[in-house]
Design a binder for this molecule. Structure first.
Ligand code: ATP
Ligand code: MG
Length: 230
């Protein structure tokens, strides 16, 4: 049997508005197997970011169960989530979230150093990854000296460096022109072929089609549609 990396069962999440709770995620069931590349597709306001925050252990759920790489996340307190997040999730954001005063190498190794890895080992890890991502010749450049596509490669390198259980990408091509966006999606495809599990959130069907499997989120409900199984 294939190993499940993400198992979300009957998850509900709402936001408090005065005395009322406005439901946002409604009885969500969602499973991702190790090695899958899944896109979550939905329009604005459908609950994508809310779901990403749950999957990324940035927010607690109201009810239901969430197992990430065998850990029962729904049983954890907010204070325990940070460690899980650091160990299991590699985040990739639309706006890269690189540190502008750090060069490429420093941006990539910073999370490793924070986790206690030695400088030498972190640099070695970094040099392996940047070769794979085609940014090895940019190590001493600052983010503002890079194109958007290169910046996103750096943020992907930073995410990969920690060897997370999943790469979690929120509109990773949203700030890129279509050619650079296509390159990032191709890179995801390559990384997936190398065994990385990827969950990508997007409102754009063209982007979602880069994934092996697409699930739709509409008004807080998840609908499995085999759009890619033509
Ligand atoms: N902190 C909050 N407090 C109250 N309501 C919220 C909060 N965050 C989100 N919402 C509401 O929850 C719903 C889903 O929001 P969410 O940000 O998850 O949507 P989204 O699919 O990411 O949208 P977009 O594509 O515009 O980013 C929206 O109706 C939104 O107004
Ligand atoms: Mg959003």
């Amino acid at each position: 049997m294939e190993e499940k990396i993400i198992e979300i069962k009957a998850v509900n999440k709402g936001y408090q508005l005065g005395d009322d709770t406005v439901p946002v995620l409604k009885d969500i069931d969602f499973t991702v197997k190790k090695g899958e590349f899944v896109a979550i597709l939905g329009p604005s306001g459908s609950g994508k970011t809310t779901l990403m925050n749950i999957i990324g252990c940035m927010d607690l759920l109201d009810s239901g169960e969430y197992y990430l790489n065998g850990r029962a996340i729904h049983e954890k307190k907010e204070s325990e989530l940070t460690q899980v997040r650091n160990q299991e999730i590699g985040f990739i954001f639309q706006n890269y979230q690189l540190i502008p005063t750090y060069n490429v190498m420093q941006n990539i190794i910073m999370p490793l150093l924070i986790r206690g890895m030695g400088h030498r080992e972190a640099k070695k890890k970094c040099s392996e990854i940047v070769k794979l991502l085609g940014i090895a010749h940019r190590l001493d450049h600052k983010p503002n000296e890079l194109s958007g596509g290169q910046k996103q490669r750096v943020s992907i390198a930073r995410a990969l460096a920690s060897e997370p259980a999943i790469l979690l990408a929120d509109e990773p091509t949203g700030a890129l022109d279509s050619a650079s966006g296509q390159e990032v999606l191709k890179l995801f495809d390559n990384l997936n072929r190398l065994g990385n599990t990827i969950v990508m959130i997007t409102h754009d069907l063209k982007v979602a089609k880069a994934a092996q499997r697409i699930v739709r989120i509409e008004d807080g409900c998840l609908i499995e549609k085999h759009l890619n199984a033509q």
